[in-house]
Write a protein that binds this ligand. Structure first.
Ligand code: SAH
Ligand code: SF4
Ligand code: F3S
Length: 439
């Protein structure tokens, strides 16, 4: 088989990163090897994200650079994949005629067949919303400690600001036997932490036989032999079941960590966002989890400057963040996305400078919450899974890892203990991380 080189540039979330690992895996089977250098590649793939305008713009500016590269190397193949591809379809070929293949998110597993065709000179747009069946585990995962494994894809929620239901299609579960095989393979390759991935992990199993749900899957995975950890992201607040909370409490491998995006702390804004809860309901869920799961970390996502958001409504978000003692939050200024409901409320758009200023205040609150959260662990002994070893410029040798509840810890250590579990005494708490000593 001839040896060709492929380079993939991934933007966006973990789902895209996971898709990239799958693309490398599939392409390896048809004679491609991975390269880190786009200049020496025979095929360039951009794996795009359209969550905000900025991420979409990034995709087009990158592809422009590759278009120029193709002028000096006409045999170069360019693939435009991911969420912008699913949305843009044919229009991408108009905008970037040097692209050979537009690959929608639901056609991921069709890639090897399509590559063979573009190699013959065809130009193809494959964005059918009918998912292309996954056949076997073809995955080329970068060796490491943390393996991200999708368990479901798509979203049925249609929050009014969000493009994901349009780019990832309707909710569907991966076959449990494929997930379990992939978990076992990752563990046999030395991975120590499995993160189950989905836009709404609580929806896993809704399209499977009765009894097969997230809690069931966690129990199956926990029963696999060996020392390792399991996490899951993202939860939809009102979909979290007691059964899942039970697994976190009962199962030794399932970690004390929930990512539960709240988006806004204001009831009116939440309604306009089409989120199916109000502040009191979210608080109840949060309090319930905290009362049951010791040392649990709860993180969230928030949007500043949603169309029509008043100063008072925004302040309710700040209040919520502090009152709920959220351990960390991702934050973003609202970005209008084509096709979504809220994007049509042009008259209600919040001016850029107001959005920027609100985002800054949101971030300030977030920093205070993070620091307060980290300080809770001062003096405590915690289990850390080491992910990295570095020798710093000043000669200090440091290992870095995470606790079960997802706190980053830096520890002075002479040896590279990557992939090992160590007990650490927490000696210092900063905003974004903890310092500790080997206990
Ligand atoms: N499924 C998850 C989130 C997926 S998108 C959930 O239900 O919350 C990740 C985050 O991007 C969202 O939580 C939201 O905070 C942010 N986001 C989505 N659309 C956005 C937009 N148009 N502008 C700004 N942020 C957005
Ligand atoms: Fe987007 Fe809402 Fe679906 Fe999350 S639940 S992916 S925010 S539409
Ligand atoms: Fe992820 Fe961006 Fe798509 S956040 S699902 S890559 S729009």
């Amino acid at each position: 088989m001839e040896n060709k080189k492929v380079y993939i540039e991934t933007l966006g979330c973990q789902m895209n990163k996971s898709d990239a690992e799958r693309m490398y895996g599939m392409l390896e089977h048809i004679g491609y090897t991975q390269t880190e250098n786009p200049k020496e590649a025979d095929m360039l793939i951009i794996n795009t994200c359209s969550i905000r305008q900025l991420s979409e713009d990034k995709a087009y500016s990158q592809i422009g650079v590759w278009g120029k590269q193709k002028k000096s190397n006409p045999n170069l193949k360019i693939v435009f994949a991911g969420c912008v591809a699913q949305q843009g379809g044919k229009s991408i070929l108009k905008r970037a005629p040097y692209v050979d293949l537009v690959l929608g998110t639901q056609r991921l597993y069709e890639l090897p067949n399509l590559v063979k065709r573009i190699e013959q000179g065809e130009k193809i747009v494959s964005i059918d919303e009918k998912p292309y069946e996954e056949s076997d585990i073809q995955i080329n995962r970068v060796k490491g400690v943390n393996a991200w494994i999708p368990i479901m894809e798509g979203c049925n929620n249609f929050c009014t600001y969000c493009i994901v239901p349009y780019t990832r299609g309707r909710e569907r579960s991966r076959k449990p036997e494929l997930i379990l095989a992939e978990v076992k393979k990752a563990l046999s390759e030395g991975f120590k932490e499995i993160t189950l991935l989905g836009q709404n992990v609580d929806s896993f199993g809704k399209d499977l036989p009765d009894g097969q749900n997230l809690a069931w899957l966690l129990r199956k995975i926990n029963a696999i032999e060996g020392k390792f950890r399991v996490r899951f992201v993202t939860n939809y607040p009102t979909d979290i079941t007691d059964e899942v909370i039970d697994t976190v409490i009962e199962l030794d491998k399932v970690c004390e960590y929930f990512h539960i995006p709240m988006q806004s702390g204001d009831d009116y804004v939440l309604k306009k966002m089409n989120r199916r809860y109000d502040y009191a309901t979210y608080k109840k869920i949060c309090d319930h989890i905290r009362s049951r799961v010791k040392d649990v970390t709860i993180t969230s996502d928030f949007i500043a400057g949603f169309p029509g958001e008043t100063e008072e409504q925004f302040e309710n978000t700040l209040k919520a963040m502090t009152e709920l003692e959220l351990d960390y939050s991702n934050t973003a200024a609202y970005s209008p996305r084509e096709k979504t409901v809220a994007a049509k409320w042009v008259d209600l758009y919040i001016p850029e400078e107001v959005k920027t200023e609100r985002l800054a205040r949101l971030n300030e609150h977030n920093r205070a919450c993070c620091l307060a959260s980290n300080k809770k662990y001062l003096g405590r002994e915690m289990e850390v899974l080491v992910e990295n070893f570095e020798v710093r410029k000043n000669g200090d040798k440091v290992i870095t890892g995470r606790t079960r509840n997802n706190k980053i810890v830096h520890i002075p250590c002479d040896r590279d203990l990557t992939g090992e579990f160590v007990n650490v005494k927490i000696t210092n708490a900063k905003t974004w991380y903890l310092n500790g000593e080997l206990a």
